[in-house]
Unconditional design. Structure first.
Length: 415
């Protein structure tokens, strides 16, 4: 739902009820990740998208129906094989598992506060119960800073604390995920699946070396959503005028700046100086930090000499294996702009544990979960995939509201 936080915040402020349709799980070549939402208010106004246009009409009608009925949340699925997808309008193929529920801001008073934080660019987590026994679907919980507040089943007993603990951990990691909990007396007797939507601070890109390549890379990094810092010890080169796309330009020795700045598992460290007096102390420190990516510019010869110097500085082979050098993917890049694309392509590939191969040389789904998607946590239910496969084989290519409701009922979810 955080993809439409601005609009939902406004609707909550206006006490405007709305239906929220959220992608709970994805399979195959679904275009948008779990946690993506579309919302429809009582006037028929819609914001957001869950499929890039493929099944929006059917989801819109289901939202209108849920608003009219004011009933329990409903689950629906959309899924056809890639071969049949175009014929029925699901142009990307894949499968979507969608939860549609009515949201009355008066019944979720904390929701507007959390959405306001997200709209202002501050970190927050919103947890939403998406599967469980009848009557337990739909409650929400917000984590803001060191505190949390919830409604429904999450607002009483140990269940809320258990959800808040998981949501807080995911907020620190900066990732949206589906989690399962309950089934024991210490948390709650009922097994629940909870989708935790996370809006984290922007990941950091630290560029060391105030060179022309850094100017292009800072622009590319800003475009990708990074908070970009350019650092160089030479004040004549490290100026805001030379790096207008950087969020900050720092004049300091690289390793000294890295020692005092905050980093996390999403941080990308790009060393573009290829000067040993800067590189070696900087990389010696960086390779010992829990950052997500470390790359260094230079030729293969420079890289070999750099490895020798780092080994002399007692950097271990395990640490050296984290270093991407020469930095970037083999795109044949020559200009600073092309080199920036090469570097950011490698950062994206590394973050998503992808191959970097042309899609034409790969088989299977194009879209897949990443470290910022569902990742390690459990899907809803133990047999969702089997049921989706069986239902897909017999479903008619009809996305009318009646068909969607019938398919939801056939799943046996009871809501």
């Amino acid at each position: 739902m955080l993809n439409i936080a601005d609009a939902l915040h406004r609707w909550c402020r206006e006490a405007r009820p709305f239906a929220l349709a959220t992608v709970v799980d994805v399979r195959g070549s679904a275009p948008l990740p779990a946690g993506t939402s579309v919302a429809v208010d009582q006037g028929g106004n819609a914001v957001g998208s869950i499929s890039g246009g493929c099944v929006e009409g059917a989801v819109y009608e289901l939202c209108r129906q849920v608003l009219r009925d004011q009933g329990a949340p409903q689950r629906a699925w959309f899924g056809y094989s890639d071969d049949d997808a175009f014929a029925v309008g699901l142009t990307c193929g894949g499968e979507l598992d969608v939860l549609v529920q009515r949201i009355d801001p008066a019944a979720h008073p904390h929701l507007g506060t959390a959405l306001a934080e997200v709209a202002e660019g501050r970190p927050a987590a919103l947890a939403q119960v998406v599967a469980g026994p009848d009557g337990l679907i739909g409650p929400t919980l917000s984590v803001l800073g060191d505190s949390w507040i919830a409604d429904g089943v999450l607002g009483v007993g140990p269940t809320g604390q258990a959800v808040a603990d998981r949501a807080t951990a995911l907020l620190r990691a900066g990732r949206t995920a589906l989690v399962s909990l309950g089934g024991d007396t210490d948390t709650c007797p009922d097994r629940l699946s909870v989708l935790v939507h996370v809006a984290a601070t922007r990941p950091r890109m630290l560029i060391f070396g105030a060179v022309d390549f850094a100017a292009a890379l800072s622009q590319a990094g800003r475009f990708l959503g990074y908070h970009v810092t350019v650092c160089d010890a030479r004040p004549v080169f490290a100026t805001k005028a030379r790096f207008p796309h950087a969020d900050e330009v720092v004049v300091d020795w690289p390793h000294r700046y890295l020692e005092r700045t905050e980093v996390d598992s999403r941080t990308a460290v790009c060393v573009l100086t290829h000067d040993a007096k800067f590189d070696i102390p900087l990389l010696q420190l960086a390779l010992d930090l829990p950052v997500g990516y470390i790359g260094a510019m230079g030729s293969h010869r420079t890289h070999t000499e750099r490895l020798h110097r780092l080994r002399e500085a007692d950097v271990t082979e395990e640490q050296l294996a984290r270093l991407r050098s020469p930095i970037g993917l083999d795109l044949g890049a020559r200009t600073p702009e092309e080199t920036a694309v090469s570097i950011t392509a490698e950062i994206i590939t590394h973050a998503n544990h992808a191959s970097g191969l042309p899609l034409s040389q790969r088989t299977g789904p194009i879209h897949r979960p990443t470290a910022h998607g569902l990742g390690d946590d459990q899907p809803i239910g133990e047999d969702v995939s089997a049921r989706l496969e069986a239902e897909t084989a017999v479903a008619e290519p009809d996305w009318s509201l009646a068909t969607v409701r019938a398919l939801a009922a056939n799943r046996g979810d009871g809501h």
